[in-house]
Ligand binder design. Structure first.
Ligand SMILES: NC(=O)c1ccc[n+]([C@@H]2O[C@H](COP(=O)([O-])OP(=O)(O)OC[C@H]3O[C@@H](n4cnc5c(N)ncnc54)[C@H](OP(=O)(O)O)[C@@H]3O)[C@@H](O)[C@H]2O)c1
Length: 295
């Protein structure tokens, strides 16, 4: 891997920890972060917008309470979405902004909120249709030189958008939605591209955002659940572990960005990284999801 930031095998997503989910108080954040670190899940995934621009600060408050914790973790955060919120009244509509000024201003705000002097990995959250790779690379260079970010990557970029950006500044990842329920990245060149460049893919919503645990599964989910049952017995694992093992089977190294707020589920995810799915079992799951045999 070319990346300079060492990622943990499971990345802990922060999106649902605050007001967009668990509603943690400072003590709960601190306990959760410390438990994750103890298990070896040391990389945390943020975005400025999470919790309507409040989650980074709440997480930062927990770090302030526990000196030494910051040095044990890697922080990913994202910018580039002008999200409408009462905390950002200047945003007239939801839109994307990858201008140099906006990127630098966003990083300054994230650093302050998180109470840290550097962000390990900055991602552009979504491709801005008006993006200028030269301008973005200028912003990245300035932030790099000021030691405010260590590495840089993108999220939700198509292979063409990734190359456009990667020609200007070496990217460390593309964070995209990948799960057994969202397989586009396997077929549209996104995973192949990171494989070619020997970069890890980060898979957001690796458990489909919880859809596999819904009481009213759709037809595709029902097929997946049916195929998964005997495999969970065979590999002596839970459904969430099997779904993560499905991603981990890919040779490029798909890093799941999990969204739980429960430490026992983080532990289960770390354990899932030890499961080695047999090739035919992987295809049993793939074909169940597709609803048909491969050609
Ligand atoms: N780059 C992007 O554009 C983007 C977009 C979306 C998300 N993300 C990142 O990806 C992270 C993960 O996304 P996600 O939250 O959608 O991921 P996910 O891990 O697919 O889904 C998490 C949800 O599934 C539930 N869940 C997990 N295991 C379960 C189980 N065994 N039984 C019942 N429910 C279970 C969790 O509830 P519990 O809390 O109860 O476990 C939580 O509500 C986010 O935190 C964020 O960092 C990035």
């Amino acid at each position: 891997m070319q990346t300079r930031v060492p990622f943990s095998p499971v990345i802990v997503g922060a999106m649902r920890l605050g007001s967009w989910g668990a509603g943690f108080d400072t003590k709960q954040y601190r306990t959760f972060i410390e438990q994750c670190v103890e298990m070896g899940a040391t990389t945390f995934d943020h975005a400025d917008i999470y919790g309507h621009f409040t989650t980074e600060e709440e997480f930062g408050n927990a770090l302030k309470e526990a000196p030494g914790l910051r040095d044990k973790i890697q922080i990913i955060t994202k910018c580039g979405i002008r999200f409408q919120s009462e905390n950002r009244p200047e945003n007239r509509i939801k839109s994307y902004d990858s201008s140099k000024e906006y990127i630098i201003e966003s990083v300054e705000k994230s650093l302050k909120a998180l109470g840290t002097d550097h962000i390990d990995v900055l991602l552009i959250h979504r491709p801005d249709f008006l993006m200028d790779p030269d301008e973005i690379s200028e912003a990245v260079q300035i932030l790099n030189e000021q030691d405010k970010i260590i590495d840089f990557g993108v999220s939700n970029f198509s292979p063409a958008q990734f190359d456009l950006m990667n020609d200007k500044v070496a990217l460390c990842t593309n964070q995209v939605e990948v799960s057994l329920g969202q397989r586009k990245a396997f077929t549209d060149g996104t995973i192949d591209q990171c494989h070619r460049y020997r970069l890890p893919i980060m898979a957001w919503s690796p458990l489909g955002g919880g859809r596999f645990f819904s009481e009213n599964p759709d037809a595709e989910t029902e097929r997946i659940l049916l195929a998964a049952k005997p495999l969970c017995e065979k590999y002596e694992c839970s459904l969430d572990q099997l779904l993560l093992a499905f991603l981990n089977a890919h040779p490029t190294g798909i890093l799941p960005v999990i969204g739980t707020s429960k430490s026992q589920r983080v532990w289960a995810a770390m354990e899932a990284m030890k499961i080695k799915l047999e090739r035919e079992d992987w295809y049993i799951l793939w074909e169940a999801a597709e609803g048909k045999e491969v050609a």
